[in-house]
Design a protein around this ligand. Sequence first.
Ligand code: 2RA
Length: 329
Amino acid sequence: MKIAVVGATGMVGEVMLKVLEERDFPVTELIPVASEKSVGKPIDFKGKTYHVVNLETAVSLKPEIALFSAGGSTSLEWAPKFAEVGTTVIDNSSAWRMDLDKKLVVPEINAQALTKSDKIIANPNCSTIQMVMVLAPLHKKYTIKRIVVSTYQSISGTGVKAVKQLENELAGVKGEMAYPYPIHQNALPHCDVFEENGYTKEEMKLVRETQKILDDRSIAVTATAVRIPTAGGHSESVNVEFENDFDINEVRQLLNNTSGVVLQDNPDVNIYPMPIYAHGKDDVFVGRIRRDGSQPNSLNMWIVSDNLRKGAATNTVQIAEYLIKNSLV
Ligand code: 2RA
């Protein structure tokens, strides 16, 4: 399988290469793609050295699958060009997520909707993926009415510049700012840009993408997305109200039996999900599950996952695995 990784030198791109190797993905030829300034850069993959090429060259090589993590404008311009030569694109940007005829896929939830004609597939936002991984089985069983989510997001979600800003602040040196304020010892209620309605794009992604992935526009969602000085993963406090009542132990059992979800829920011995534990792992961790006594049919949860893995690279590779397994490429 000829596989292109577009954005191969970026944070998500590098994790995609690592995940492809870890999962022994059937790559016969790797095409690492990046901007002109990186062309020729050596990339070691499965014991071979490849060299970065530009987008034009990558399209001409007609890969079967192209994994994109290169920003929305690059995806909008180049995903269709790859699709025209028969490549199936799986894109990590927000460019195609809300497009009516593009699928927004978390394999454990809705991969079965994919067909051979889906040549541009959208990978959801990291904070959405980890939340719906936990909520999808509960929605199926109890029907979700409303979700209130607050996120505590890793600086790795912003990128290299943000990680460098925190390093500089910890070292006490001045440097380029990824955020309008210091991030060390701070919390910024400002992930991505603000929209007309006073919410950020990141918060509205949680609203819109959740409804699309669960295929239910009646689900009410409200979100507050916060950036915090951690690097290992995104954390989320989720309050969910169901149409129907539930048994809390049945909820725990259901989640324990959900592929890709790991229950970490024993506060008596300080067992609960944390980014320092989730970092580098592909699962979504859930704990602090407790009934919300302030309103009927409601519960609270704490959900943590490595935003560069299941939140981006691993979910993307899992979509590609699904395509191959089901002969859709
Ligand atoms: C963030 N989810 O964390 C966004 C993009 N990766 O900034």
